[in-house]
Structures are given as C-alpha cells and as structure tokens.
Write a protein that binds this ligand. Structure first.
Ligand code: ADP
Length: 727
C-alpha cells in the first residue's frame, strides 16, 4: 500500500517537470520571436518635416537618431543611382517624378502619409501593383555617435537590384522595364553598409513585380548597428536551433514511443505532413523555382493538399465499423471533401488569374477555417467514444488549424520568421510533451505491473514451497504411519497369538492328559487360561478404544468434571485393592476446591485409572503410590488457570533413554518385565485423550527409583467460588 500512495506523487512530479520544460521552451521561443520582430522597421517614425526618425536607436546622449531625408519612391521605373543623380542636376535632360518621405508599411508597398508629397505628380498612390516596377532610394548621413553600418531588408518581392553608394551589391532575379525579361525570386537580405568618406550612405533599390498583388519591399527595413543586428541574427539562430532540437527530439522520441502505438502508420503520416510544412516554411525561397504564376499555383496546391490530408488524417484516427451511421457519414464526408478539394484546385489551375483576386484569398481562408473547424468538431465528438489519446488528437487538431490559418494569413511582410513557424514550434513542443508524458505514464504502468507481478510470483513461490513442505511432511507422516501400522500389526498378531497359544496349550494339556487331572491342576490351568483371556480382552479393548479415538466420529462429550471427586473415587477403589498387599496408596487434594474442569468424564476416568494401574503394576510389593491433585498456577502453563494431577510411585522407573517413547503405541520399556501383562497401548490412549482436552502430560522417572506422571488440564471458568455463591 505505501508504494501505491507514492505513485500519484511521482506522476505529478513528471507532469510538473514536463510542464516546466514546456513553459521554458515557450518563454525562450517567445523571447526569440520578439527579438526577431525587431528586424521590422517599425522603429521608423516620421517627423513633421518628413525626415525618418529612428526611435529605437539612440545616440550617446540618448537622443533618437533622425535620418534627415526619408525614403524616396520612383514609380514605373528601375533607376540606377547615376540616373537619379543626373536627373537632379540643373541641366538634366530627364527628370523623374518621385514621392518623398515614403513610409514602407506592412500593409502594402508605400504609404504616403501626411508627410509624403509627390515631387511632380499631384495625386497620391500607394499600391505597387499600380506600377509593376519602381525604385526606392534613401540617403543616410552617419551621426558621429551612431554606428549605422547594417541595413536589413527582410523581404523584397519578387526581383530586385540593390546599389549601395553607387555600387550594385545584390541582384535578385532580373529587374527590367521589359516584362518579358522579368524573372521573379523571393528575396531576404542583410547588407553591410560601408559609408563613404563623408559618412554618407546611399541605398537605391530597384524592384519589379508583375504577377503578385504584393510586391516591392514587403517589410520595412531595419537600420541598426552591426552589433545589434548580430544579436538579432543570434536570436534567429537560437530560435531555429530550438525548433530543430525539438524536431529531432520529437522525431526520435516519437519513433521509439510510436512502437507501442496501434496507429504507428498514422503517426508517421502526420510526421511527414508536419515535415512538409516545416520544409515549406523554411525553404520557401528555395522551392519557388518556377516563374510567378506557376509558383503561386504550386504553393496553393501544396497548401490545399496539406489541408486535405490533415482532414483525412483526423478521420483515420478512429476505428471503422463502430457504427453504421458513422461509416455512412464518413463515406459521405470523404467523398464530399475530396470533390471540393479537386474543384478548388481545378479552378486555380484552369483560371490562374483567380489567384490574385482578393476574393480568392478570402475564399481560401473560409475553406481552411471551415475544414479545420470541422476537424475540431469531429475529434471532439469522436473522442467522447474513443477516449484513447483524446488530448493528443484535440491539441493536434487545434494546432493544425492554427498552422493552416497562419499559412493563409501569412503575409511575408508581417514578420520575418512567420507566425506559421512559431506555431510549428509550439506544436513540436506540445507533441514532445505529450509523448514524454505518455511514455512516463506507460513506463510507470509497466513498472507497477512488474512490481505487482514479481510480488505475486514471490507470494506464489512461497505458497508453493509451503505446500511442497507440507506434502513432504505428509509423505513422511504416511511413511511413519505405514511403519507404525506394520509394527502394530506384528505386535497385535504377536500379542494375540501369545495368549491364544498359551490357552491352546492348556486345553491340549487337559484334553490329552492320560490320567485325570487333579482338581488343583485343573484350577491352575483354568486360572492361567483365564489370565490369558483377560490379557487378550484387554488388548482388544485397548485396540478398539484407540481405533475409535482416531476415528472422527469419536467426539468428546464435555461437561464440568470435578477432578478431586473423580480421582478420589479411583483412589478408594485401588486403596481397597491394596489391602492385604504391601502396597500403600495415598491421596492429597485441596479441601475447599473441587478442581473443576470441562472434560469428558468417561475418557478422563480411563486416563487416571490407566496411570494408577501402571503405578500399581510397576511397583514392587512394598510399593508406595501418591496421588496429588492441586491447582497449577504457573502462567506459562495453559494460561495459569489449570489443574494438575500427579501420580507418583517408587517402582521400577523407566530407563532414561526410553522415557521419550513411553507414550508411543505398543511401546513397552525394557524393564517392564515379561510377567507384567500389557499391550503398550495404555499410555498412547492416555496421551491422545489429554491432547484432545488441550492438556499436557509428561513423565519424570529414574530407573529403579520410581516415576512421576503429571497431567495438567485447563481449569473450568466456572470456579469454586462461584459455585459456592450459587449454592
Ligand atoms: P502397558 O500395557 O505395557 O502398561 P502402557 O502404555 O500403559 O503399556 O505403558 C507403556 C510402558 O511404560 C510400560 O510398558 C512400562 O514400561 C512403562 N511404564 C508405564 N507406567 C510406568 C510406571 N508407573 N513405572 C514404570 N514404568 C512404567
């Protein structure tokens, strides 16, 4: 029992540790996530004069750093820095209209805001899709105390060329005014900035995007000191490391633990899907190999299929054929959803232009929301019936829904490492935790079973060895009994044959006498025959009594017996017998105590008589026999409430080495004398009667000096005092 009480504590501990790990993992990854978000250029704000103010980065005096000129945007053109410089000269042949102090937002390409003004045009525009191509320019003058050396542009879609201080430092795809030459790629970039000798840095970015409604710089750039960017880089790596570590942990743990799962294949399927999601998330720029629309089609197909397989996965979690209705519904659901998925994909593949409609994005979202909500509903509904793994299924369906939604909500210009990846991390942690807990639970259960089993085996072994010992003992007893039986048979036959032979001898003597026998002779022969037949009778009666006592039918007829009275009657009888012989018999008993016991009077009478007769038999002519009755108050003997009868004689005694055997059947001591008749059964009957009364009998004897037989019986609860009171 104490082991059992420990168990819940242990489990609580393991759950506690797991929860702690989860919390730490979430805190660490959230921290990393927050740091990553600093890569966003949200630190840019705009002063009234239109300059860009960096609120996050302060100079040595704690003053926010101000970039005197903000971003400029030249629509419709990819301009090199030279072209821009030339257009700004007084005698320029061509001037390019541009917006000043353009704010790059997460909501589109550009936001003119209050401070924006079109240098030449008179109207505001704010969507790149209206231009297809455009050029950004920013000029930074390094403040003495500020170390502006790195710019991070998390995302540029879909092709770009970047110049720093007039030098082209990066080319992503082909940026061209000519649509046929346009080549899209996904761009994320960190650029080390080297200031010119006067401390100025000029960044010019030419972008092109003809296929997507979202293009250009998709996330406001972050300008920071190299050290700060380093910290951010570090946190990104840390985040990815945590993600990968959990992923590996999850994979290895899942592999081993899933061996015990019934649905191992399901586990691997889900794993594969999960892996695909991660691959998509991490290597998205690498898999966008095909030009614009093809990429979009492949991506949307991947996402829709992932959604479809997730749907099937959650379907497959529950056993088939549990209810007819459920099976029918299942068939209907799968068919319906498969048709819907095919229609959905066909629409996109047949009419790719639909991809770019805002309404398509909304439709995608609705599709994902509905199917995932349906998954949640089904899992909740089914786990009520199939309880196993309900938390795993429920949490995984919730997480998958979140992931799918994040994929569709996913705007690369929202965050650099998207919400999607964060949720994947969360799912990995959740799964890891689940498997750890499940493993701990299974392990504890096994250990418990093992403990129970070994204690059961131990108990069983003990029981078997006990039974075995009993069998061995019984076997020994049977062997002994058989031995005793053989001995008894030979004794009985011998003891019966002896008197019969003697009687036959006398009869033959009398029959074959040639002369008539004298009266004395006749009397002597008849006397001898009588003695022998008495001997036989005694033996037979002893045998009968012994057999009866050993049979189960012989029950004790218990009643209150006064030992004093019973033994005194016997004393009177044998005192008379002693008269005329040299033997003296005495009797001692308390005057005021009857020494009551609960016993069978007939059997007890036989006991005392037997011992008195033995005492008479084994004493010489001048024998002295003392009978002493008294209370026996030694607490070690029958609880201290006992009665003792002691019968002493000064006869032949019993040789020391034979004392232990006198209570055995047919045992007669060497010195018992040939002329003393006896079967050797008397004392074994006596012992058997005393044992059955719960009493004790023993003998103290010295050869040649005499013997002392002690019989102790439990005294009756009905005491002498009570008896007196009753009267
Ligand atoms: P038996 O019929 O031979 O008397 P018992 O069973 O009564 O058989 O006694 C067994 C043996 O114990 C006797 O044969 C005798 O040797 C010994 N024995 C019994 N009582 C006495 C006694 N009072 N003094 C000496 N020996 C005794």
């Amino acid at each position: 029992m104490p082991e059992r009480s420990k168990k819940p504590e242990k489990r609580r501990l393991s759950i506690g540790v797991s929860v702690l790990i989860l919390i730490i993992a979430i805190v660490v990854s959230s921290l990393a996530f927050l740091l990553i978000n600093q890569r966003r250029g949200s630190d840019f704000s705009y002063t009234l004069s239109g300059a860009v103010k960096l609120t996050y980065w302060e100079d040595a005096k704690g003053t926010p750093v101000i970039l005197e000129k903000g971003w400029e945007f030249y629509p419709h053109r990819v301009l090199t820095p030279e072209m821009i410089h030339a257009s700004r000269l007084e005698n320029a042949t061509e001037r390019y209209p541009y917006y000043r102090n353009v704010q790059i937002t997460t909501d589109g390409w550009i936001d003119m805001g209050d401070s924006a003004e079109l240098y030449t045009f008179g109207k505001q525009v704010n969507k790149m899709e209206q231009y297809g191509i455009g050029t950004y320019r920013i000029e930074i003058i390094l403040n003495e105390n500020v170390d502006f050396v790195t710019i991070n542009i998390p995302d540029i879609a879909q092709s770009a060329v970047i110049w720093v201080n007039g030098k082209a430092v990066r080319h992503y795809g082909t940026v061209s005014d000519n649509t046929s030459l346009y080549e899209p790629v996904q761009v994320c970039t960190d650029i080390q900035l080297e200031p010119a000798s006067d401390g100025s840095i000029e960044i010019v970015i030419g972008c092109a995007n003809y296929s997507s409604p979202y293009g250009g710089i998709l996330c406001s750039p972050c300008v920071a000191s190299t050290a700060t960017i380093g910290t951010i880089e570090y946190s990104v790596r840390m985040y990815l490391t945590v993600l990968c570590a959990f992923w590996v942990f999850f994979l290895i743990g899942g592999h081993y633990i899933s061996k015990t799962f019934v649905s191992q294949s399901k586990f691997y399927f889900f794993l594969l899907m999960f892996l695909g999601d991660i691959m998509y998330e991490m290597f998205s720029p690498m898999v966008t190999l095909l030009p614009g629309t093809w990429n979009m089609l492949i991506k949307i197909t991947f996402l829709v299929l992932t959604n479809y397989f997730t749907f099937l996965f959650f379907f497959s979690l529950y056993p088939r054929g549990t209810s007819k209705l459920f099976d029918k519904l299942r068939f209907f659901e799968i068919s319906f959803f498969s048709i819907l998925t095919v229609c959905y994909l066909m629409t996109f593949w047949c009419f790719p232009s639909v991809l770019y409609l805002d309404s398509s994005v909304a439709a995608n979202l609705i599709f994902v929301i509905i199917t995932n909500l349906y998954n949640i509903f089904r899992v909740c509904h089914m786990t009520r019936r199939f309880n196993h793994g309900k938390y795993l299924y429920a949490s995984s369906v919730a997480m998958t829904t979140a992931i799918h939604l994040s994929v569709f909500f996913r705007r690369q210009y929202v965050v650099y490492i998207s919400l999607h990846a964060f949720l994947l991390l969360f799912l990995a942690v959740g799964f890891t935790l689940y498997f750890v807990m499940d493993y701990v639970k299974t392990y504890e259960m096994l250990a418990d079973n093992n403990r129970n089993l070994s204690s059961a085996v131990e108990e069983r072994t003990k029981y078997i060895s006990r039974v075995n010992q009993e069998l061995l003992d019984n076997h020994q007893k049977l062997v002994d009994n058989e031995e005793a039986r053989k001995k008894m048979m030979s004794n009985v036959s011998h003891d019966l044959r002896t008197p019969i032979t003697a009687i036959r001898g006398y009869v033959e003597l009398m029959l074959n006498a040639k002369e008539p026998l004298s009266r004395e002779q006749e009397v002597q022969y008849l006397n001898n025959m009588h003695t022998r037949s008495v001997q036989m009778e005694q033996l037979i009666s002893d045998l009968v009594q012994l057999t009866r006592m050993e049979s189960e039918n012989d029950t004790l007829e218990l009643m209150p017996v006064s030992i004093v009275e019973m033994v005194h009657d016997l004393f009177q009888l044998y005192k008379a017998e002693c008269e005329g012989t040299g033997k003296v018999i005495t009797f001692h008993a308390p005057q005021d105590d009857d020494l009551l016991i609960d016993g069978d009077p007939k059997k007890l009478l036989r006991v005392f008589e037997n011992i008195i007769v033995n005492a008479m038999k084994y004493t010489r002519e001048d024998g002295k026999i003392d009978i002493i009755c008294h209370r026996y108050e030694d607490p070690a003997m029958l609880g201290g409430n006992a009665v003792e009868v002691c019968i002493k004689d000064n006869g032949v005694g019993i040789p020391e080495n034979e004392v232990p055997y006198v209570f055995d059947r047919f045992y007669r001591a060497e010195n018992s004398g040939i002329n003393k008749t006896g079967s050797g059964l008397g004392l074994s009957i006596v012992k058997s009667v005393i044992d059955r009364h719960g009493g004790k009998i023993w003998v103290e004897s010295e050869e040649g000096k005499g013997s002392e037989f002690h019989i102790v019986l439990k005294a009756s609860e009905y005491s002498f005092d009570e008896e007196a009171e009753d009267e």
